[in-house]
Design a binder for this molecule. Structure first.
Ligand code: URA
Length: 190
């Protein structure tokens, strides 16, 4: 069993935060263990909770289209959430819940060790990058995520659920995606 598989098993059995009580299935991260890019959302929704796979509902379908637009297939990326359980009624995970689950996402980042990390929305950005003053202000900017000994380039962008509600913001998300694609291409040819 790989370390990521062992971690997924540990996540599935974790009862440290109250969210596990209302779950149908745990939703650990998904994707290749050697992915060059990692996307981190907030928490599973209804469809993710049913299937045990992140980003398979409407937000996930939009994320797949966004990736395709920059020539990246979903099967190339590692996708995970700050918390691996669906919060009741799809509310935001609390800071307390996010902090309890933080070691799981930190470990996934360490194991996958991507070149680029993309934080989808404010909760992911706040939890992983410590940036709390608004996604509109910080999207499209490069930050550094410290993963063990390694510094990983990290960019916050809009969460696909926000883009479904505010399609006019897709233009800005498109600019972010292009910057992300450029960074990946540069790293690959370095
Ligand atoms: N929204 C998220 O943040 N994560 C999912 O997995 C699905 C929707």
């Amino acid at each position: 069993m790989s370390e990521l598989e062992a971690l997924a098993r540990e996540i599935a059995h974790c009862t440290r935060c109250p969210l596990h009580k209302g779950r149908t299935r745990a939703v650990p991260g998904e994707g290749p263990a050697d992915a060059k890019i990692m996307f981190i959302g907030e928490a599973p929704g209804f469809h993710e909770d049913q299937q045990g796979i992140p980003f398979v509902g409407r937000s996930g379908q939009l994320l797949d289209k966004m990736l395709a637009a920059i020539g990246i297939a979903r099967k190339e990326v590692y996708i995970a959430n700050i918390v691996p359980w669906r919060p009741p009624g799809n509310r935001d995970p609390s800071t307390h819940e996010s902090q309890i689950c933080l070691p799981f996402i930190q470990r996934q980042i360490e194991l996958v060790d991507p070149d680029v990390l993309v934080c989808l929305g404010k909760p992911s950005t706040a939890t992983l990058l410590g940036v709390t003053d608004g996604i509109k202000k910080n999207r499209g900017r490069w930050f550094t995520y410290k993963s063990g000994e390694r510094d990983i380039r990290a960019m916050p962008t809009f969460h696909p659920a926000f883009l479904l509600r505010q399609p006019s913001s897709k233009r800005l998300a498109w600019a972010d995606l292009q910057a992300i694609k450029k960074a990946l291409t540069e790293t690959a040819s370095a």
